[in-house]
Ligand binder design. Structure first.
Ligand SMILES: [Zn+2]
Length: 675
């Protein structure tokens, strides 16, 4: 036997300026948790690393916007997100943070290693500088028009509309995101890393990765085709890892250069905690370690090109074994996005549903090869029709039978027949297929296989007809129920990586400890005859329609549906004329107390006045709206929002997280008809 491999599994470091949502979980956190739990049941040696990414302009920006320190921002999201993972039973060996001293030191050492080898170039160049704010405006501190697609709110590092990577100098009409100040060009000296020099080596390396996911390979090839450029790896900023050289005051290492080094520093931290400070080297310096980066597709370039290039340049470390990036999970056809605020936050959903139900509903929909969709109705259906009707049902009917007909004890299996051995054998085979699927990052296939095993178990129960046998042949009946209880144990192991709480609950019913919670025990007989069964419980209570209806209402207001014009939604001119669109003038405007989104507007429509409550508070300051001529739907049925009557609707245009109200150009008297 050859040397057994070790696994170094990482999950993308969540950015500590926002709460994680279920799209993140389906993309980069639940897949590795299942993967790691399965490897552990197989006694594989591994560590599972994650933590908060706590530098970068987004955090400094959030701090400036809220008028708090960056430390307050990162503490808020770090601890909240850590708790969210725990509540979903996503169990890292360490969940640390890049603001820790050990990370700063590790990143600085990495930087100096490259500097000492003369791999970094220093260039003096013009950057945008705000005289008013007395700072260089890097990355997200600057917005302007995208030179590629014309989007007017493109950021200095990236256009969210077309996905182009940008530098601040490329933006047309740049201005400060915070103050709107028009910046000047000022010289600064930055360090560059020559990614282009590694293109050939990277390209060969990617070519050798024939088992990588096609989306990842295609993405990398796209980058190679464009050609890798050198990129600045330092920034003129306050918040971050200081550049460890003289005369570098006010300079930090670019967040995307230092963040992935976090996987190394967090490994160090983990082994210090374990009392084995050098233990991390057994992973990072050992060519037999399989380094697996779980990420979402937006992180592919950093994990399969940039970080590997940095690791190649450094030379001491292993390269990734695989980067199984997922696509995105959408919500009822709308994109989850931080800026749109329409995500289902983990901290919220764990208050409504048990962790295992959430894990299952997400896992069967993992966006493995293309974007997938999450809906509340689907979660309900998965719980009621699969978890309860198939899995819960098998455990329940077996335990209920044993309790009522065999004094609540595990009966003897003295009259076995070949059907008993066949079902156990088939579950064992199924387990090896699950193992293969998940080893290849085909989680959905693995989960289908798990559930097929449980379906087969139900069929065995039905075909054996224990309810008839109990009258005709109690000893044979006992053997069937004994086998069913053994199957319950096998299922507890089989589903453990996906549904850890349910697995534990089944073991408790079987009065079994975790000693046989091993993958190679699946399909084997491990129970002791005459063991008294524990208390039975309903593993998956039904999810009622009323709850789903409520959630649909609550969350649909947070999403934007695409309206497609097709033959079926054309309206006649008569239908259109039923709508009374009018020009109105905003006379007064104030925030609705306790609401983040709502503004209360007083409008003049001809000689009448009207009150409208509109969800635009995130986009407009109340005072900026005074005197504007806007277009409203005048004859909308009145409704109440947060107890305040709204007597119409404001027309607004919305896309890419931006919203603009429809205004009237030039002068026209309010009350004018719009058609
Ligand atoms: Zn663009």
């Amino acid at each position: 036997m050859g040397k057994k491999s070790k696994y170094l599994v990482t999950a993308a470091l969540p950015y500590a300026n926002n709460y994680i949502h279920i799209g993140h979980i389906a993309g980069a956190y639940l897949p590795p948790d299942i993967y790691v739990r399965l490897k552990r049941l197989n006694d594989e040696e591994l560590v599972f690393i994650c933590g908060s990414d706590e530098h970068g302009t987004a955090i400094e920006m959030a701090a400036l916007t809220e008028n708090v320190t960056p430390k307050e921002i990162i503490d808020r999201y770090h601890y909240s997100n850590k708790e969210s993972f725990e509540k979903l039973n996503i169990k890292f060996d360490i969940y640390s943070r890049t603001s820790n001293e050990i990370h700063h030191k590790t990143a600085q050492e990495f930087f100096l290693n490259l500097f000492d080898k003369n791999l970094l170039t220093q260039k003096t160049e013009k950057q945008l500088y705000s005289e008013k704010e007395k700072r260089f405006l890097a990355d997200r501190f600057i917005i302007g028009t995208c030179p590629v697609c014309g989007f007017e709110e493109a950021r200095g590092d990236e256009c969210e509309n077309c996905g182009s990577n940008l530098s601040p100098l490329e933006l047309i009409n740049p201005k400060s995101k915070i103050t709107g100040d028009i910046p000047v060009e000022k010289e600064t000296t930055l360090f560059y890393f020559p990614f282009g020099s590694y293109q050939e080596e990277l390209s060969k390396w990617i070519d050798s990765k024939t088992d990588w996911k096609q989306n990842v390979i295609n993405y990398c090839k796209g980058w190679f085709k464009t050609g890798l450029r050198e990129r600045a790896i330092t920034r003129d900023l306050d918040w971050g890892v200081k550049v460890p050289l003289e005369n570098q005051n006010g300079k930090v290492i670019y967040v995307w250069f230092e963040a992935p080094i976090g996987y190394i520093s967090m490994s160090k931290e983990l082994f210090i905690e374990k009392g084995n400070p050098d233990g991390w080297k057994d992973y990072w310096f050992d060519k037999d370690t399989k380094l697996v980066h779980f990420i979402g597709k937006d992180n592919i370039v950093f994990h399969s090109i940039m970080f590997p290039a940095m690791l190649m340049a450094h030379g001491d470390y292993i390269l990734p074994y695989n980067v199984p990036a997922n696509e995105f999970l959408n919500f009822s056809g709308a994109k989850f996005s931080k800026s749109k605020g329409n995500g289902i936050l983990v901290k919220d959903i764990v208050k409504i549903f048990p962790a295992d139900v959430i894990r299952y509903a997400l896992a069967v929909n993992f966006p493995e090869t293309k974007d997938s969709d999450f809906t509340w109705d689907d979660l309900q259906a998965k719980n009621n029709n699969e978890l309860a009707a198939i899995l819960g049902n098998f455990i329940n009917r077996t335990v209920v039978f044993a309790k009522s007909k065999f004094d609540g004890k595990i009966p003897s299996a003295e009259i076995k027949n070949e059907n008993d051995e066949k079902i156990l054998e088939s579950i064992k085979l199924s387990a090896s297929r699950v193992n293969e699927f998940i080893d290849k990052f085909r989680f959905r296939d693995g989960i289908t296989e798990m559930m097929n095993s449980v379906r087969a178990a139900n069929k065995y129960f039905n075909d054996s007809e224990p309810w008839k046998l109990i009258k005709s042949d109690k000893a044979r009946c006992g053997s069937v129920i004994n086998t069913c209880l053994e199957i319950c144990h096998s299922i507890a192991v089989l589903i453990n990586p996906l549904l850890p709480d349910t697995s534990k609950a089944i073991l408790e019913i079987l009065n079994k400890d975790e000693s046989d919670l091993k993958w190679n025990k699946i399909g084997r007989r491990v129970l002791k005859q005459d063991t008294i069964l524990g208390e039975n419980k309903i593993l998956f209570p039904q999810i009622e329609d009323s709850l789903i209806i409520r959630l649909n209402e609550e969350y649909s207001s947070k999403t934007e549906k695409l309206v497609e014009t097709d033959e079926t939604n054309l309206v006649s001119i008569d239908d259109f004329r039923k709508l009374e669109l009018k020009v109105a003038k905003i006379m007064d405007c104030e925030r609705v107390p306790k609401s983040k989104k709502l503004l209360k507007l007083k409008l003049k429509v001809g000689d009448k006045s009207k009150q409208i409550v509109a969800g635009i508070s995130e986009y407009y300051e109340p005072e900026k709206l005074l005197g504007k001529l806007v277009v409203i739907v005048n004859n909308l049925q009145p409704s109440k929002l947060m107890g305040i009557e709204s007597q119409g609707m404001l027309l607004a245009a919305k896309k890419n997280g931006e919203l603009k109200i429809v205004t009237v150009e030039g002068d026209i008297e309010e009350g004018a008809d719009v058609n």
